[in-house]
Structures are given as C-alpha cells and as structure tokens.
Design a protein around this ligand. Structure first.
Ligand code: ADP
Ligand code: MG
Ligand code: MG
Length: 888
C-alpha cells in the first residue's frame, strides 16, 4: 500500500503486522498521502475528520505503550516522520521526542531515572522543532544565510569547549538543561516565535511541517532529478519513541542485508552507542561496525555490536535474514536498541550502485530467491554504465602518492578541480569545468551541486552518510569520512595530514573504489567487463529474453570490434564520411575536396576513382570483422560545403592539383555556399545531382563484399540512402545500384552478392509516405536525430539557447534528443512502421539515432515492433538489457 501509506508507512505496517514477520516495531499510525493531496488542493487545510482520527489513533498507541501523551507523570513521546512513495533519503524532515515540555520532562526523568537522557531528548526536540517546523516549514529565510540549526549547533560546540569535553554524550544534565533554555531563547530571538509548550501543538506542528516539506526547495530539487511526480504527496508517520540515547546499553544503527558497495551477500552496517535519530547518518561521531565484516580503516578499533551486545546482534541478524527473504530484495534497515531491547524503525529496498545491482541480481537468481524475469528487471539499464566506469590505470596509480584516504562510498575513478560549495560546483560545471565537491559533510541542500560534480569528497560521515547514500543512488564516485584532511572552506583550501595545501581550482583524482585521493589528474582507462562473472550471468539471461536485435553505430573496424565485445549483433550505421574526418591519413579528405571542387563530370570521375580505393578498403575491413552479420552502410550524407577547405595553404595545394587558378577556385566555393546546409544539398540529393558519387560508393560496397566472399569470408552489406522524402528518389538511386551490381558480378565472376537496399526515415514526409517508400526499400532505419530535429523544427546544434528554459518551465518533459518524444515523433515512427509493413510485411525496421542507446526509447522501439536498435558501442549493453526488460 505504498501509494497510500508511503514507503515508510507501508513497510512499518508490514513489519509489525505481517504474519511472517511480526517484528518489534514501536506502535504508531500513518496519515495517508491522500491527506497531503487534500492539504494542497484546499489552501493548506486538513480534512475536517482528521483531528478526531488522530486523537483516536493516539489513544490506541497510549494503550499499547501504557503511557499518556502530554502526561506529567508518565509521558508518551512521539516521532513525526515523513514518507513518500519512493524513498527520498534525507530529503524530508523528521521531528523526534514530540510531547516534551517543562512539565512532562519531570515525568520522563522520574520514569527513566536519568535526567541527562531526558534533557538530551528535550534539547534535541527544541533544536529539530525550531529548524524543521518553525524555520524550514514556515518558509523563513535564515538570517544572514545562517539557519537556526547551525546557530544552535555552534552554541552546542561552544558549550562542549567550555566544559572541555569532546562528545555530546559527555555533557551533564545541567549543561543540557541550560541548553534547552538557551535554545528556546534563540528560537524566540531569531525566528520570533515561541517554542510551543503544548504537546498537541507540537504534534500538529510536526505533521504540518512534513506536508510543507514536500514542497520545500530540496524536496523539489530531488524530485526533479529523480523524476518523481509532484502530485504524489507524502504520508506522515506518527510513532511512539524508543530511545537509543538512554545510556550505554542503548544504541541506534543503520544496516544493509547485503553490502551495497560491492553486492556481497554479507550483513553490513554501522551503529552508535547512546545516540538518537540521525546521529549515525549525520556523522557526528565515527560509527562503529555492527560486525567484523563491516569494519573499515576508521572503525577497525571500535567494538562491534556483535561483541558488545551478542544477543541483540543475533536477533537483529535473524530479523535481517527474514526481511530479505520476505521482500526478496536487499533491505536497508534502521534499528534502535533501548536498554537492551531491539526495535525495528524502518526497512526499505536498499539503494545500490550498478556493480552491486548486477551482482545481487545474479546471486539472488542463483540462490533461487528470484526468477530470471525479476533478475533482469532488477537492474536499471543506465546503471550498467557504472560497470564500464573508467578506472585509473593501476600501473600509473601505483606510482602516485596517496595524499589522503577515506571510505570508498561510490566506485570508479574521477578527476576534477576542487570546489568547496554546492553553489560553486553548479556555477563551475555550467561553464564546462569538471569539479570535485569537497565538504565536511553534505546535506540535502547540496544535491544540485553533488549532481553536477564528477565526484564528492567528505571528511565526516560513514558509509551510510547522506553523501554516500546519494552518490550510491547516482552511481557517482564518492569518498566519505576522509578525516585526514582539514577543510578551510571560507579560505577555500584544504590541508592534507602531510601539510599539503590544495586550493580551490586545483586538480585532484579520486579512486572511489579504494577511497584514495591523489594530487593532479591521473589518466583513466576502461575496465574489462568480461572478467565480471555476475555481469556475464545476467547478460546470458538477457539474451534469452530479448527479442529485438541490438546493433551498433560504428565506422571503424576497431569500434566494431569493441561493440561486438559488448554484444552487438551487427552494424546499424556505418557512416562513409567518417574516413574524411581526421584520424589516419588525410589523403581521402584531399581527394574528396578535389572531387567537390571539380567542375566537370570528367574531373569529378577521376577524383572519385582515386577515392574509390580508400572507401572500399574501409568498408571491406568492417564487413570482415562482422563476418556475415549485417552492416548497414549509409551513403555520403553531409552537405558538401562542410568539406570545403578554408585555409589558404590547403586551397593553394588544391588549385595546383586541379590546375585551376585561385580565383576560379574561390568562385566555385562561393557557388557551394548554402544558407541552410542541413536542409540543403545533402544526403540523397548529392546522389541525384552527382550519380557518380553514388556509383563509386556502391561499387566499393559490392566489390568489398564480393571479394570477401571469394576469400571465404561471409559479408552482408545493407545499402542505406539518407535524407530521402519519397519513393522516386529511392528508385532513382536503385537504378544505379542495380547497374553496378550486375557490373560487379561480371567483374568478379561471382553469381550473387547478398545485400539489402533501404533508406533512412528521418524526414517527417518520409514517415508519412512510408507505404510507397517500402515498394523500393527492403528496410527502414529511423534516423531519429534528424527526425526529431525536423519534427520539432529544433536545430540540434542551437538547442542550448532555449531548451534549458523549456525544461525549467516544464514546456517539455525532457530533452527530445535524449529520449524519444513518444507522443509526437514516436507517432511518426509508428505511422512509418505501420505503413511500410502494409506494403511489405517483412520490411526490416530499426533505429540508428542516438535514441537507440536510451533505455526508455529502446522499450518504445520494442513496443512498436522494430527488428533492432542500433547505438554507440558503449551503450550496447544498456540497449540489450532494456530490450530484454521490454520483452518481459
Ligand atoms: P529519514 O526518512 O530521513 O530516514 P526517519 O523518519 O527514518 O527519516 O527518521 C530519522 C531517524 O529518526 C531514524 O533513523 C531513527 O533513528 C529516528 N527515529 C524515527 N522515529 C523514531 C522512533 N519512533 N523512535 C526512535 N527513533 C526514531
Ligand atoms: Mg530513515
Ligand atoms: Mg540524418
């Protein structure tokens, strides 16, 4: 019932009530997401029945707990916790210890016999209430940018200094009692409001704050990044408090049923003795490991929970196993032990990085916990990118000195320039700088900057800290708890333990898999995927389920080989013009220019003849690597003017070669000039104006394939005509193909060269005229880059000027060049497929735009019956997984 109760509420109810679980959960109740929706639909008013229902539910909790809310003798304290459908870690606020005031505290002291504990709970309540309810939910701008929380935190630090103690827990009851008074005064001074003494007001204030925080800045930001709809709303969980801060036989902790960093099937977690709430996550003290396995460099000398409280650890371990079995997935759990009694406070499906996601899916399938379909659906295709994450070249890394070491919270290597605030990260990144965000700790306010950074480095916090959690969710390189460095964020530098000063803008390199930091920028290399057994096992399942082919867009034998290694089953787009762009010899480019600048057919033919050798060699090499798998070769596409030389030396060389004067040459260049080249003389139009260009390319293709055939190598080229908008263009080019085909058979003395003839569909008209186009074409390949460009009338190269505004104002749900605009451009594609197949039922249909590597677009392609998608080599695994998920 996550939609109604939110994730936290649903799981709390399930842990407490499900017959297989019946776990020790403090009693409580959930105010549903419907109330949140009502609240926002009705000018922030509650439904009229709410108050009574809360009072009734509260009475039941009182009965179960044997305490009374607001009672001066035996007071019940409550927590107010938010909980949306999808977990938004740290995004929403929680208020603990609700129900305390100057009177009820006497009851708490008497009941617990521990004055220090009682005042610790009280000062926390005042702090959280002022921060969360009065300041944040009240929409107050903190004075001079310093929030009340920080003011109070600083005061707390001062008092600790005055008292000469290091830890919060070392403060006496009297110290805390004074702090409560001071905090109330600070609230009044800075926020111009009194801390409410009435428990009921506190409770309703807390409830209102949770609803308000749904529309707080950080929650909105997080939703935008994670694409969580604004309409969902949040639930509010009101729950009886249990206390992890009731002395040294109490503690609080966070754990995972498997290691979220590497996927190993080992119970992993951290805890803090005599602590409450978010002390673990906030990194106030270094948390201790729950067991031997969870130890790290910082915590290796701390006592494990297993040693410290063996019985409770055993119970917790047993519970975590039951939870994983019940939910059939890795769980992230929160627990508290109050005076030796264990309570479960939360469980949810744990976030994990890509490497772990793949390992857990493969392992759980092997363990028989989940079936193949579930295993395939468990991994977000985009997470596979992390398995391909670049790492530092180990040989080079060895020779560099580690300047600092922290906890490896997010894997992979990252290189960037140091910045010290989220705002700077955003600003620098917008200028195209690669940045590494360095902070003592991160808070939900930093998400934007974290998102824009290559990596995050924090000095405080453990593997369950905010930074670690968020980075893990995004698959970002992250190192936390790097306490060896000290940050001077006002002066914008940090100092390593050897005294090295690293200033803002300096380059550093982070190895997030090892937790090591280096000065300067280390070179990154790619990893060997096939050494990853879990990946191989998962992809074997993937290939069993997917029905669509996955090809690659590649122009060189090297890229094609790379793509085959990633599992590509063919080439969906080989661009002949590739050989003219840099790389290797510039002879082909020179010959092409010579051809362009030729004035007569005679001149042009002789230039083309020279060029032929190069084109054939390139095509042959690629066909050879593909060993009979289809290779779609697109004939020359770009406007000729793109290849016109502009520097004088090159022009002079040309003028000499062609034997024409510079002024004639310049006149020819002028003639080639176009106002709108992308809609100008390009694609099939070149082949229509200059049939000899088509002829040369087609001859190169047939001869390459025919020769391979004679050498005993299978070859299967598919000739693809770009930028067509009707049947007649296709027929015109087909005549050339037919003629060259016959000539080649004769020349090589072979009976047959298998091939297909087809076209790109990238102009809206072509999609609409697909029925007649299919009379001539054996296949269609949707060129969705151009199709998107021409459907929207958005120039892809100029979109930077206006798209960000469109996205901000939500005039578009996303960048249509990244994920297919299904309702618009997608409709054209659908029409194209349907009409094409009406004419030719076995028409082969694929896609070769950038979208072929976008998981959502791949699923769309599957749904409309495409035969294959084609994408860049590194996206091939993503497309395979997405194709399998679409088929399930
Ligand atoms: P988040 O969604 O940020 O994880 P939670 O609602 O889980 O927020 O609250 C944060 C922390 O507060 C919990 O991890 C837990 O330690 C503490 N907490 C919440 N409710 C209770 C409770 N009823 N008793 C004791 N501690 C609680
Ligand atoms: Mg929580
Ligand atoms: Mg195109």
């Amino acid at each position: 019932m996550k939609n109604l109760l939110g994730g936290k509420g649903a799981n709390l109810a399930e842990m407490a009530g499900h017959k297989d679980l019946k776990l020790p959960v403090p009693p409580g109740f959930t105010i549903t997401t419907e109330v949140c929706t009502y609240f926002y639909d009705n000018k922030r008013q509650y439904p009229s029945t709410l108050e009574k229902q809360i009072k009734d539910a509260l009475a039941q909790v009182e009965k179960l707990m044997g305490k009374k809310f607001g009672d001066v003798k035996n007071p019940l304290l409550m927590s107010v916790r938010s909980g949306a459908r999808k977990s938004m870690p740290g995004m929403m606020d929680t208020v603990l210890n609700i129900g305390l005031n100057d009177e009820t505290i006497q009851g708490l002291i008497a009941e617990s016999g521990d004055e220090r504990f009682a005042y610790d709970a009280y000062r926390r309540l005042v702090m959280m209430y002022a921060d969360v309810v009065i300041e944040k939910a009240g929409g107050m701008e903190p004075a001079k940018g310093i929030g009340i929380r920080k003011i109070m935190d600083e005061r707390l630090e001062e008092v600790k200094k005055e008292k000469g103690v290091e830890l919060d827990t070392d403060l006496s009851a009297d110290d805390l009692k004074k702090l409560v008074k001071e905090f109330k005064a600070l609230t009044k001074k800075h926020l111009k409001q009194d801390f409410p003494e009435t428990p009921w007001d506190q409770l309703m204030g807390g409830v209102g704050a949770v609803f308000a925080s749904w529309n707080g800045k950080r929650a909105i930001e997080y939703r935008r990044i994670e694409r969580i709809p604004d309409e969902w709303g949040t639930a509010v969980n009101v729950q009886a408090m249990v206390f992890g801060n009731m002395g040294n036989d109490s503690c609080t902790g966070v754990a995972f049923t498997r290691n979220p960093g590497n996927g190993e099937n080992k119970f992993y977690g951290e805890y803090l003795v005599n602590a409450q709430g978010e002390d673990v996550v906030a990194g106030i003290r270094t948390p201790a490991p729950i067991n031997q396995y969870s130890k790290n460099d910082h915590s290796k000398n701390l006592t494990t929970l297993e040693k410290f409280m063996p019985e409770q650890y055993k119970e917790l371990d047993e519970i975590q196993q039951r939870l994983e079995k019940h939910y059939k997935d890795m769980q992230d759990i929160e627990f508290t032990i109050e005076k030796g009694k264990l309570y479960m406070l939360q469980c949810r499906v744990g976030k994990r990085n890509g490497v772990s996601a793949v390992k857990m899916a493969a392992d759980m399938y092997k363990e028989g916990m989940i079936d193949a379909e579930t295993a395939i659906l468990r991994v977000n295709p985009n997470q596979l990118v992390e398995l391909l994450l670049p790492m530092f070249d180990p040989d080079i890394e060895k020779t560099h000195k580690v300047i600092a070491k922290g906890l490896p919270a997010g894997p992979g290597g990252a290189v960037g320039r140091v910045v010290f605030s989220s705002e700077d990260a955003v600003e620098w990144a917008s200028k195209g700088e690669k940045v590494i965000l360095v902070r003592e700790e991160t808070s939900p306010e930093d998400v934007d900057g974290m998102h824009k950074s290559e990596a995050i480095l924090t000095t405080k916090g453990g593997m369950t800290s905010h930074a670690a959690l968020v980075a893990r969710g995004w698959g970002k390189c992250c190192i936390v708890g790097c306490s060896e460095i000290s940050i001077h964020d006002k002066e914008k530098y940090f100092v390593t333990k050897d005294g090295k000063k690293i200033k803002e803008g300096d380059w550093v390199s982070l190895n997030g898999s090892k937790g090591t930091v280096y000065e300067g920028s280390l070179p990154l290399i790619d990893v060997d995927l096939n050494k990853n057994q879990s990946y191989k096992q998962l992809m074997t399942l993937v290939d069993k389920y997917k029905t669509m082919g996955v090809r690659t867009n590649a122009d060189t034998p090297k890229d094609v080989e790379q793509a085959t290694y990633f599992g590509a089953e063919g080439v969906g787009l080989f661009r002949t013009e590739h050989m003219f762009y840099g790389e290797g010899s510039d002879k082909p480019l020179f010959l092409l220019r010579k051809m362009i600048m030729s004035d007569t057919e005679q001149e042009r033919k002789s230039a083309l003849n020279e060029l032929f050798t190069f084109v054939k060699r390139d095509i042959k090499a690629t066909l050879e690597v593909m060993k009979g798998n289809p290779v779609t070769i697109r004939l020359l596409d770009p406007p000729l003017h793109e290849f016109v030389p502009h520097d004088k030396a090159k022009l002079q060389e040309l003028s000499k070669e062609l034997g024409v004067s510079m002024s004639i040459l310049n006149r020819r260049i002028l003639a080639l000039h176009e106002n709108n080249p992308m809609l100008g003389h390009r694609g099939v139009r070149l082949g229509v104006s200059y049939p000899e260009i088509t002829e040369m390319q087609v001859r190169a293709i047939f001869e390459a394939a025919g020769e391979l055939q004679k050498e005993g190598v299978k070859a299967f080229p598919e000739i693809m005509i770009p930028v067509t908008c009707g049947r007649h263009e296709l027929s015109h080019q087909k005549a050339i193909v037919d003629k060259v085909y016959d000539e080649t058979l004769e020349k090589l003395g072979v009976k047959k060269i298998p091939y297909l003839y087809g076209t790109m569909i990238e102009i809206p008209r072509a999609a609409l005229k697909a029925d007649s186009m299919a009379m001539v074409a054996d296949f269609f390949s949707f060129g969705t880059n151009d199709l998107t460009q021409m459907s929207f009338g958005f120039s892809r190269d100029d979109i930077g000027g206006f798209l960000p505004k469109y996205l901000d104002l939500k005039l578009l749900p996303g960048d249509p060049f990244v994920s297919i605009d299904q309702s618009g451009v997608g409709e054209l594609i659908k029409i194209g497929v349907e009409r094409g197949r009406k004419t030719k039922p076995n028409l082969k249909v694929g896609i070769c735009g950038e979208h072929g590597g976008d998981a959502e677009s791949v699923k769309f392609c599957h749904s409309i019956g495409m035969n294959y998608v084609s994408c860049s080599p590194f996206r091939v695994p993503i497309a395979r997984l997405a194709a399998a998920q679409a088929a399930i």
